[in-house]
Structures are given as C-alpha cells and as structure tokens.
Ligand binder design. Structure first.
Ligand code: 5GP
Length: 330
C-alpha cells in the first residue's frame, strides 16, 4: 500500500459532482431549500440520498438520473464551495495525498440562486487555493446541451466562458464532453472544439462508452483531434489505430466500467490493449460517490494478482503513474 500511496501520480478524470462524499451531501440537505418550484422538494432529496447511499447500478443509463439530487444540493454558492473544497481535499490533503495533481472536471450549471458565472467562480476559487502544479479545472460539455444558443447554457456558451476565464488567467485548462453517452448530435461540435484549441485549451472527450455508440460518431469525435479520451471502451480497429498513431492518452476508470457493466471483468478490460502497446494511459476514479472507490484502490487493482487485479509489476505501475503526470493539461 505504501508503494502506491507514495507514487507521484495525477487524477485526470474525476467529475466534481460525482465525487462529493455522502456525509457532506447529508449535511447540505439539512439546510436545503428548493431553489425553484421545479426543484426537488425535501422528500425527493431524502429519497435521492438513500438511492445514492445504496447504489445498485444495472446499467450506465440509471447512473445519470442520480445526479438530480446532487445538483439540487449544490445550488447555492456556499453549498457548492463546501462541496468543491471537500472533493479537492479528498484527493489532495491526505498524508500522503491520493494524488500529486488533480484535474477536476465539472459541467457548468445555472440555478435561480447560482448564475453560471458564479458557479464557475465558486469552483475555480476553491481550485485556485492550490498551486498550479496541484490542481486545475476542466469544463465539461454535456451531450444533451443545446449547441449555439448563448442565452442558455450551451456548448457555445461554455466554450466562450472557458476561453474568457483562461484569458483572464483563471485555472481552466481544458474542455471535456460527457453526459448521456447516446444523446446529442456530435457532428455539430467541430467549430467549437476548434475555437477552444485555438485559444490554448486542451480537449478530452468521453468516447465509445457503450456498444450503441456508432463507429461513425467515434471517428467524427477523433477527427476533432482530442488530446485525451475518457473510457474509449468500444473503439473498433480503425479507431484504435488512429488513437495509437496520434498518441491520444486514455483515461482508464476500471471500477466505473465494471460497476456500470460496460466491461464484464477486469481480465477483459481494454487497458490490456494499451499496456501491451506502451500507449499512454491514466488511471482515474470517475465518480467516487457511486463507485465507492479511491485512486489508491484503483492502483491496487493494477497490482493485485488475478482474478482480483491485473497482476502488474511495480515497475509497470510506476510507469503508468508517470504517464498520468505526463499527459496532464497543466
Ligand atoms: P458534474 O459535471 O456535474 O460536476 O459531474 C457529474 C456529471 O458528469 C453527470 O451529470 C454526468 O453527466 C457526468 N458523468 C459522470 N460520470 C460519467 C461517465 O462515466 N460518463 C459520462 N458520459 N458522463 C459522466
């Protein structure tokens, strides 16, 4: 355990609102007031917390419904700041810390009590308490978002905000694409991703998370030239070839994939394909609340002998950890 704990490493794929401990959500629920008539009432919040505490995932789709409770609970600036501070400290404050560097990601939100610019400022202010070599932020686009309408939270709006914040010297380092893996028309993203790249932002995309993602869509996303890919579970040969050739690093979330049943067992995980080819990967947690994992535990899966783990050597694990720092966006 101390070998893993003392290994310098980066956590590059952690969703802010998927990583808030249940104890903090329960604490936030005590002072919760529905921010609007359509927001969940107290009893829905209590039910949501029970679901989150006793998570029983049957497929990746059920997972997305659970975020409604969390979003309601972080709908004031104070609650969001508390949640963000807790998540940052969960990764960065241990002795030794879970990771040397954390690239946290979040999908910008807007409620009647928390306008978009306040959401971003609240999260960034917490991230920026740490030096740049310890923490940074990625803004996520949700696949369900409208594309161009700047009067609502849309792809165009978020990219615009990310560029503005970066130009102001705030700690936004990249753009992500996440959310329901089957939603949205991904052919429309090209000019927005190009703008983000031109402004010096780095790109990571959740890609091919399910068997239903059409190969054509996957190739389209790869054509945008992302620097890293999230999950990349169901890439076909053509896509894999492109990923290897262009050196796009893969963010590997072992427990997430097993629990969401997109990978049947560890020995069948696509990590092996990339390990065999010495391709850059980063081991990540994804969402520590539903998956009840930690970065240390994910690394332990690399070292543990099969069938519990992958049975890698310490030298291999050391190389993987080094990889994660090398493919960071800071
Ligand atoms: P947030 O961005 O609100 O801070 O974090 C939670 C959001 O991240 C969820 O609404 C969900 O859309 C997204 N998310 C979390 N885990 C995954 C995942 O494994 N795959 C995809 N596609 N999206 C995810």
């Amino acid at each position: 355990l101390s070998f893993i704990q003392n290994l310098p490493k980066a956590e590059l794929h952690a969703h802010l609102n998927g990583c808030i401990p249940i104890s903090i959500l329960r604490q936030l629920a005590e002072s919760y007031h529905p921010p609007s008539p359509s927001a969940p009432d107290i009893s829905e919040i209590q039910n949501g917390l029970e679901t989150l505490d006793n998570f029983n995932l049957d497929s990746i789709h059920e997972f997305f419904g659970a975020f409604r409770t969390i979003y309601a609970l972080i709908s004031t600036r104070e609650a969001l700041a508390t949640a963000t501070r807790t998540v940052l400290s969960q990764f960065l404050e241990g002795h030794p810390p879970e990771c040397t560097y954390l690239e946290l990601r979040t999908t910008p939100k807007h409620t009647s009590t928390l306008p978009l610019h306040e959401y971003l400022d609240a999260v960034l202010s917490e991230v920026e308490r740490y030096p740049p070599d310890r923490a940074a932020l990625i803004l996520s686009l949700d696949r369900r978002m409208p594309i161009a309408d700047r009067s609502v939270i849309s792809v165009g709006k978020i990219i615009g905000e990310a560029i503005r914040l970066k130009n102001e010297g705030r700690r936004v380092v990249g753009i992500d694409l996440c959310g329901d893996p089957l939603a949205g028309d991904m052919t429309l993203l090209e000019p927005y991703i190009a703008n983000a790249k031109a402004a010096g932002l780095r790109i990571t995309l959740h890609i091919a998370e399910t068997t239903q993602n059409p190969p054509k869509e996957t190739l389209q996303l790869l054509a945008y030239g992302p620097h890293r890919l999230g999950h990349a579970t169901f890439l076909d040969e053509e896509a894999k070839e492109k990923v290897i050739k262009e050196g796009m690093a893969i963010e590997i979330c072992l427990s997430s994939n097993l629990i969401c049943k997109t990978v049947p067992r560890l020995s069948a995980h696509h990590i092996s394909y990339y390990l065999e080819r010495n391709h850059p990967i980063a081991i990540c947690t994804d969402d520590t609340l539903p998956f009840r994992n930690s970065l240390t535990a994910e690394y332990a899966l690399l070292l543990a002998p099969p069938p519990i783990g992958l049975g890698l050597t310490e030298a291999q694990v050391e190389r993987i950890a080094k990889n994660s720092l090398e493919v960071a966006f800071n």
